[in-house]
Design a protein around this ligand. Structure first.
Ligand SMILES: C[S@@+](CC[C@H](N)C(=O)[O-])C[C@H]1O[C@@H](n2cnc3c(N)ncnc32)[C@H](O)[C@@H]1O
Length: 169
């Protein structure tokens, strides 16, 4: 009985550390985009096969997989190691190795300059800081698709069903 309680406490602690405390302050906790929103993000993104994309906080990898299936070279950055493993397993199962990649680490430390498209489903309090980062690092013409959250100063080119498309001028 004591053994079961200790095991349950360890599992709860690990869950809280990686799913709540670790992302907190850096970005959003894990809440996956619904299948409909994932499809809409990929549709609005309109990727072409030569493009490289990055999902900032890639969770279980569903947006990365959708963009790789649409033809892009799709990358994801994720701080939660359990989600990294889960996403990599889904990528293998979808047969997308070589087109989809998950990087374990904070997107704040990633260089976004090689990417044509950034996707993001994060949290309101980081959008100002993220706007500064994308304006500094992305080339002119690069796009950002945001689920739910808007940038404070950039105006969206498309706003449809809670998905926003921005273009760097
Ligand atoms: C709301 S979920 C979105 C997941 C996925 N992009 C989707 O749309 O289904 C946010 C994810 O961002 C991750 N995250 C939060 N801050 C992060 C950071 N600074 N760097 C990398 N991942 C982060 C969380 O662990 C979580 O998996």
């Amino acid at each position: 009985m004591i053994g079961i309680l200790i095991l349950a406490a360890i599992i709860a602690a690990v869950y809280l550390i990686f799913y709540v405390f670790y992302p907190l302050g850096r970005g959003a906790i894990f809440e996956p985009s619904s299948p409909e929103k994932t499809r809409l993000m990929a549709e609005i993104a309109g990727v072409s096969p030569s493009e490289r994309t990055a999902d900032l906080g890639s969770g279980d990898g569903r947006v990365v997989i959708a963009l790789a299936q649409a033809g892009a070279e799709a990358h994801g950055y994720e701080v939660n190691p359990f989600l990294v493993l889960r996403a990599r397993r889904s990528i293998r199962r979808a047969g997308l190795e070589g087109r989809a990649f998950i990087h374990w680490g904070s997107f704040w430390r990633a260089d976004l300059s090689p990417f044509d498209l950034i996707t993001v489903f994060q949290v309101g309090f980081i959008m100002g800081r993220l706007e500064t980062k994308v304006k500094r690092e992305l080339r002119s013409g690069a796009r950002i698709v945001s689920h739910h959250w808007r940038f404070p100063a950039l105006a969206p080119e498309i706003a449809r069903n809670d998905i926003y498309l921005y273009r760097i001028g």
